[in-house]
Ligand binder design. Structure first.
Ligand SMILES: Cc1cc2nc3c(=O)[nH]c(=O)nc-3n(C[C@H](O)[C@H](O)[C@H](O)COP(=O)(O)OP(=O)(O)OC[C@H]3O[C@@H](n4cnc5c(N)ncnc54)[C@H](O)[C@@H]3O)c2cc1C
Length: 554
């Protein structure tokens, strides 16, 4: 019988990210995948800013960018009557290189990394190749979880290989990253709640090598074709030679003809695959039970409009990973794993809501469609104007949601210090930097003492444990808090930051930051019982309990 500390079921992007983070934290884990290879079909194509920050922290952001769409490629979104016509409207979205230089030029708390277009069929093999280099991670394809049982100490998983062999794996924890039809979720009896089976669409992948260079309206990533009722939607893939088409087509055979019509120009193409997929807006009622957890599409299913599918799942993986590592290292308290569902399920529900809003924005501009839209008449022009102005407003619910991507906050988490008041709007689509407890620590640039003309990102300096940040030249003696944290056994460092700008952005002299870079506590002075903060941070007591009752004070 094989034994491991964490068994991860499913080598999609979420399972692979979890394996990477656990592996880097020194946890022994096994990743099993029922398929023979990584995904071949196109699905997700955009890692958002937060996912790219996470990949930077894992040391792989530049590898992801090297494998993805070139950094200088525009990311614009267009609405047109065909790929050969002028745009009805263009939403400019800067290239990675442009966002990078804006980030480098500003020190105002904006996210550290821009998005990256990379097709899921490129990302998964890349992540797999990186994970396979980690000595403490075992990756097994052709291995399907069929069932499991758990007791107080471990989980026993039954796995069948594609050669028909049955195997038993004993593990301390099991995480189902096994997608929308999750065996793990079903076996735990966890229901999905919300709207299922909303609509079926077809997706086809085309090799069309010349199109990218020929599009008269300009290079971009998304082209919406104003042709009701099927509304073809053409998406650039990372090679710039492959494209996907989404359309409400009635048969697979129609897809090539819809693509030809949408091109509106002679361009050689080959249809490589067609598949049907279904839109859902669902979130699991629970995120696990006992020693078994679910993450990614196993826990939430969104409409990909807004790109909150895989990206939300990567956030789940990063939240769960350090907590599992802490339990296995022996310093995690009983609230630590309980906090996974309390932190991530509200984000799952929130992102389902944001995905619904993005979809309704799209429906709103599509409702302005009329078959006369192509006509060179005053009526045709009026239809185009109406659609254009609706697109200009409503489609930003898809493309301008940095606050949803990077501004999420763990409200009501048992392992985040309770601060009086409501805090900033956690659903603001605009990103507003905040250190309100539960939020992700905003990025700041620090000057590099070795090369003062260079800047280094504070995020890059934070290690795998907790960090106590001391800012503004504070003279508060933090020794009691440091002692209390160290007494829990948790790894912790203290970091003094001289830069006034960091104090300005963070708003406080003292911040305790978790291993996943979310803020636990902030203040200008220590409370009477700093041990209470250490107890909440490490899950030994719940925020708000009498045992952890010292309020934070400015
Ligand atoms: C058309 C489309 C476009 C999308 N665009 C975006 C986008 O731009 N941005 C975004 O964030 N998201 C997007 N998504 C969503 C994204 O693709 C998913 O959210 C993502 O794949 C979820 O990753 P996952 O690892 O949770 O699950 P999956 O990718 O579904 O991986 C689950 C893995 O588990 C394996 N598995 C299942 N059961 C078992 C078992 N019993 N034993 C072993 N292995 C098992 C499966 O074979 C699979 O490999 C899109 C989705 C679609 C359909």
């Amino acid at each position: 019988m094989a034994q491991t500390q964490v068994l991860i079921v499913g080598a999609g992007p979420v399972g692979l990210t979890l394996a990477l983070d656990l592996g880097q934290r020194g946890v022994r884990c096994m990743l099993i995948e029922r398929n023979e290879t990584s995904i071949q079909l196109p699905k997700m194509e955009r890692c958002n800013a937060r996912t790219m920050e996470i990949y930077r922290h894992l040391g792989i952001a530049e590898k992801v960018r090297d494998a993805g769409l070139p950094r200088s490629a525009p990311m614009d979104v267009f609405l047109a009557t065909s790929m050969a016509e002028a745009a009805i409207v263009r939403l400019p979205c800067p290239s990675v290189a442009e966002v990078k230089s804006e980030i480098a030029a500003h020190n105002d708390g904006r996210p550290l990394e821009p998005y990256q277009l990379i097709s899921q069929y490129t990302l998964e093999p890349l992540l797999r190749s990186i994970v396979e280099t980690l000595p403490n991670v075992t990756v097994r394809f052709c291995s399907e979880l069929t069932s499991f049982t758990q007791d107080g100490d471990s989980v026993t998983a039954h796995v069948r290989t594609s050669a028909g062999a049955d195997e038993i794996i004993r593990t301390t924890y099991l995480v189902g990253c096994d997608g929308g039809s999750s065996t793990v979720r079903k076996q735990l009896g966890i229901q999905l709640q919300g709207e299922g089976n909303i609509r079926k669409l077809r997706q086809a992948l085309f090799h069309c090598p010349d199109l990218y260079e020929w599009i008269p309206m300009g290079k971009g990533r998304h082209y919406h074709i104003a042709e009701g009722p099927i509304f073809p939607f053409i998406i650039l893939q990372d090679s710039t030679r492959h494209w996907t088409l989404h359309a409400a087509a009635s048969s697979d055979d129609d897809m090539a003809e819809i693509f030809r019509r949408s091109l509106g120009m002679r361009a050689e193409f080959e249809m490589l695959s067609v598949n049907e997929w279904t839109q859902h807006l669902l979130c699991a009622e629970r995120y696990g039970e006992g020693r078994v957890f679910i993450a990614g599409d196993a826990a939430h299913l969104v409409i990909p409009t807004g790109g909150l599918g895989m990206n939300t799942g990567v956030g789940d993986a990063i939240d769960l990973s350090w907590k599992l590592a802490a339990m296995l290292a022996g310093w995690g308290g009983p609230q630590l794993l309980a906090s996974y569902e309390k932190e991530r399920r509200p984000i799952g529900l929130r992102n389902v809501k944001a995905s619904r809003a993005a979809m309704s924005g799209r429906q709103s501009w599509r409702a302005a469609y009329h078959p006369d839209i192509r006509k060179n008449t005053p009526q045709g022009a009026a239809i185009r104007d109406e659609m254009s102005s609706r697109f200009n407003v409503e489609h930003r619910k898809v493309t301008e949601i940095l606050g949803i991507e990077a501004g999420y906050r763990y409200i009501d988490s048992p392992i985040v210090w309770l601060e009086p008041g409501d805090g900033p709007d956690p659903d603001n689509p605009q990103y507003v930097p905040t250190t309100w407890p539960g939020a992700r620590l905003p990025h700041v640039w620090l000057s590099d003492p070795a090369k003062p003309q260079n800047h280094i990102a504070l995020h890059d300096r934070l290690r795998a444990g907790y960090t106590l940040l001391r800012l503004g030249g504070t003279r508060v003696d933090t020794l009691n808090l440091e002692r209390a944290m160290r007494a829990t056994g948790a790894p912790m460092e203290v970091f003094d930051i001289e830069e006034e700008i960091a104090r300005e952005i963070y708003g406080f002299d003292l911040l305790l930051v978790r291993p996943d870079l979310h803020v636990v506590w902030r203040s200008n002075q220590l409370p009477e019982d700093p041990g209470a903060i250490a107890f909440v941070a490490t899950g030994r007591a719940t925020a708000g309990d009498p045992a952890a009752s010292c309020g934070s004070s400015r």
